[in-house]
Design a protein around this ligand. Structure first.
Ligand code: ZN
Length: 147
């Protein structure tokens, strides 16, 4: 990865950290989970609202405390999976995990690629993955369930 790209990626992460998207969980949201990363102390609460058909995500929200990587990753994730079918969102989560493990970017594009720089810092991979793994737990617990 060249320096210009590193710089661009750093700016994307800073932007999401300063101006988090979909921040704050709605009170009426029943589908939520907390995630904790003991290595860094990151805490995140992820909440999902589904479309009426029950098989697609309407919106994902987050709130939490933690390092800039974990919070920027949560913010980027909420945009990345908005409107997707549950199945597609789970695939997207797997692609993200592969990206962080240096196995290529798959079908990922846009801001989420900024987090690929994290693969050089193994300790930070858990920070970046935390919100995504928390979302995965929600989606798997709700899979196929009409709401
Ligand atoms: Zn962290």
């Amino acid at each position: 990865m060249n320096n210009e790209l590193d710089q661009l990626y750093a700016e994307v992460i800073m932007d999401h950290h300063r101006d988090p998207r979909n921040h704050g969980c709605p009170h009426n949201c029943e589908h939520k989970e907390e995630g904790f990363n003991p290595l860094c102390g990151d805490k995140v609460l992820i909440a999902v609202t589904y479309k009426e058909t029950g098989d697609s995500i309407r919106k994902v929200y987050f709130q939490g405390e933690g390092c800039s990587i974990s919070l920027a990753s949560a913010s980027i994730m909420t945009e990345e999976v908005e409107g997707l079918e549950t199945k597609e969102a789970l695939e997207r989560i797997e692609s993200f995990r592969s990206l962080l493990q240096g196995q290529g970017s798959g079908n990922l594009e846009g801001d989420v690629l900024a987090l690929s720089g994290v693969q050089k810092f193994p300790v930070r991979i858990k920070c970046a993955l935390l919100p995504w793994m928390t979302l995965k737990r929600i989606l798997e617990s709700e899979k196929g369930k009409k709401i």
